[in-house]
Design a binder for this molecule. Structure first.
Ligand SMILES: [Zn+2]
Length: 272
């Protein structure tokens, strides 16, 4: 009898472990094949400066990724914000662009999105490298947590959608998720081979060092926040790659080349 229950339990566990991912995969594949609703396309066309520049193939790939992300991402409005459908579509479309070239999700799972109406305040105790604890109050536009959580300010996303300041908060925070996929946020996302890793490390280290020196005029066009540390450098490089490809292409062509290969996209061609 005990053997029977053990067998039944094992069978049920195997069914859950094997069948659930297959069902999820099939559901996502079905979603990706559906055309993006016309209203959503209209929101993207009217409100996101970059969207009209996207080549048809990229746009279609983005739609596929967006459908899957929208169905799987939980949004929570914070500080009284009611999250509307245009907010969800316009936010995730920018993250979906990061997957459009590769054709699959590049982060593990679907990060939960906490949306604030504007910049939010983070208070708490922080320890420095010597272990000294201080109370800190910081105003943040966005934040990315290792446990699959992205915190964003809608006011800043709206500003990015208008393309006014060369930033992209959504790409920045999702780049941190990408970076952390190998278990550590250090400015290096998972790469295919040891050779890729070696080349990536050399290119990024050289550019980071050069940026910190601020020697060239084009380097000075890059958000100085990139100088904070290698992980912020990676996230700012991803932002610049998508929204100011001309700047990155001219300041650090090798970094541009690495990101072009990584994302399998060439944004420099879209706006030229
Ligand atoms: Zn950051």
């Amino acid at each position: 009898m005990a053997l029977f229950w053990l067998f039944s339990l094992t069978a049920a566990l195997v069914a859950v472990l094997v069948y659930a991912p297959i069902r999820r995969y099939r559901r996502n594949r079905r979603l990706a094949a559906q055309p993006l609703p016309a209203t959503w396309q209209q929101w993207l066309q009217d409100r996101w400066w970059l969207y009209p520049y996207l080549p048809d193939t990229v746009r279609l790939a983005l739609h596929r990724q967006l459908q899957v992300m929208l169905a799987n991402t939980d949004f929570y409005g914070c500080n009284g914000l009611t999250v509307t459908e245009p907010m969800r579509v316009l936010t995730l479309a920018q993250a979906a662009l990061m997957n459009a070239g590769v054709g699959r999700m590049q982060w593990s799972g679907f990060p939960v999105v906490l949306l604030y109406p504007e910049a939010f305040v983070r208070e708490g105790e922080v320890a420095d490298e010597l272990g000294l604890v201080a109370y800190e109050r910081q105003e943040l536009l966005g934040e990315s947590w290792e446990q699959g959580k992205v915190v964003l300010s809608w006011a800043d996303i709206e500003q990015d959608l208008r393309g006014e300041d060369g930033h992209c908060l959504v790409v920045h925070e999702y780049a941190h998720q990408l970076d952390g996929r190998d278990g550590v946020m250090d400015g290096t996302p998972p790469l295919d081979t040891a050779q890729d890793l070696k080349r990536w490390a050399a290119v990024m280290a050289a550019a980071y060092e050069d940026l910190c020196q601020q020697t060239s005029a084009s380097a000075r066009l890059i958000d100085p926040y990139a100088m904070t540390n290698p992980e912020e450098f990676f996230s700012v490089m991803c932002e610049t790659f998508f929204v100011r490809p001309d700047v990155l292409h001219s300041a650090y062509p090798q970094v541009y080349g690495e990101l072009k290969q990584f994302f399998r996209l060439d944004p420099f061609l879209w706006v030229h």
